[in-house]
Write a protein that binds this ligand. Structure first.
Ligand code: NAD
Ligand code: MG
Length: 297
């Protein structure tokens, strides 16, 4: 008899302590620490020899993807903001512990010139590029649209949407047939919360971008898919993504998931790997929901 875990209790169901950090927040200051697979993700050579660029790779979902990619045999470049250097250094150590190359490229994705430089540097230092995992994102809850500053509106669209255009345009000359682009959308791109008007609009946009681009790039043999997470315990949420009163019951209260808890980043790792690997050879233009059961159709 195997010790089969119950998904309701496989990860913590405790209330989370309230905790605010200025965005983007440092994962290593969170209580409890998110689980990005640091001690648990086991690879099996699915991405041997591959070369991946992961935005937002310092923490949360991007860190989970970066760790899994390295454990599956890929060399990995990660992007993050300069203030996140301590989180990024932890990821670098984890990648190098697998005998893989880790390239750290801090910088701001809301700048087109930086997006171009990021891709060129990743391609040069990895000696090629065949996985583009676009995970970085900005989420700031604002209850009333009258209080939504234009600066936030612009930054949220630049980081969440424009940067995808800029990085993909820079990467395409380098991506071979068989390469995979993976965007990160959200349950907010299907069933938006009232206090996330700007963020939700970007997540709908990412879904449209993914579906359109997948059709355009199919003839090149490049697949484009998206992952739509539900409530996942990450720095994004405690640094203004949610009001602090939602933090204790995040994932079981507001928002409420059928599985009754927040997800952990490691619970997305296998899908970031699957969509990057040739195992998903007949999958393109799709949105994979990992939401604890929250509906996305
Ligand atoms: P996270 O805070 O750990 O990661 C987000 C990352 O975005 C940061 O680490 C930061 O490096 C990056 N980032 C933000 N602004 C940037 C900028 N200007 N330039 C460069 N990088 C920047 O949080 P996460 O939850 O792992 O977020 C990853 C993705 O998952 C985001 O796109 C988010 O919208 C999406 N998502 C998260 C949840 C959730 O509940 N946590 C749910 C649905 C979707
Ligand atoms: Mg971070």
């Amino acid at each position: 008899m195997t010790n089969l875990p119950n998904p309701r209790t496989q990860y913590t169901t405790d209330d989370f302590p309230k905790q605010f950090q200025e965005p983007p927040g440092l994962q290593n200051q969170m209580d409890p620490l998110p689980d990005c697979g640091e001690t648990s993700y086991v690879g099996s050579g699915k991405l041997a020899g591959r070369k991946a660029l992961v935005t937002g790779g310092d923490s949360g979902i991007g860190r989970a993807a970066a760790i899994a990619y390295a454990r599956e045999g890929a060399d990995v470049a990660i992007n993050y903001l300069p203030v996140e250097q301590p989180d990024a250094e932890e990821v670098k150590k984890l990648i190098e512990a697998e005998g893989r190359k880790a390239v750290l490229i801090p910088g701001d994705l809301s700048n087109e010139a930086f997006c171009q430089k990021l891709v060129e540097q990743a391609n040069a230092e990895l000696g090629g590029l065949d996985i583009l995992a676009l995970v970085a994102g900005k989420q700031q809850a604002v209850e009333d649209i009258l209080d939504l500053p234009t600066e936030q509106l612009e930054k949220t669209f630049q980081i969440n949407v424009y940067s995808m255009f800029w990085t993909v345009k820079a990467a395409l000359p380098h991506l071979p047939a068989g390469a995979s682009i993976i965007t990160t959308s959200s349950v907010e791109g299907f069933d938006p919360s009232p206090m996330l008007v700007d963020y939700a609009a970007t997540k709908f946009a990412i879904i449209g971008f993914t579906k359109s681009l997948s059709k355009q790039l199919a003839e090149k043999g490049i697949r484009v898919n998206s992952i739509a997470p539900g409530p996942i315990w990450t720095a994004l949420q405690i640094s203004g993504g949610q009001p602090q009163e939602n933090i204790p019951e995040f994932g079981k209260g507001t928002p409420e998931t059928p599985l009754g808890r927040a997800g952990q980043p490691v619970e997305l790792s296998s899908v970031y790997v699957f969509l990057a690997s040739p195992e998903s050879s007949y999958v393109t233009g799709q949105i994979y929901s990992i939401t604890g059961g929250m509906p996305t159709a």
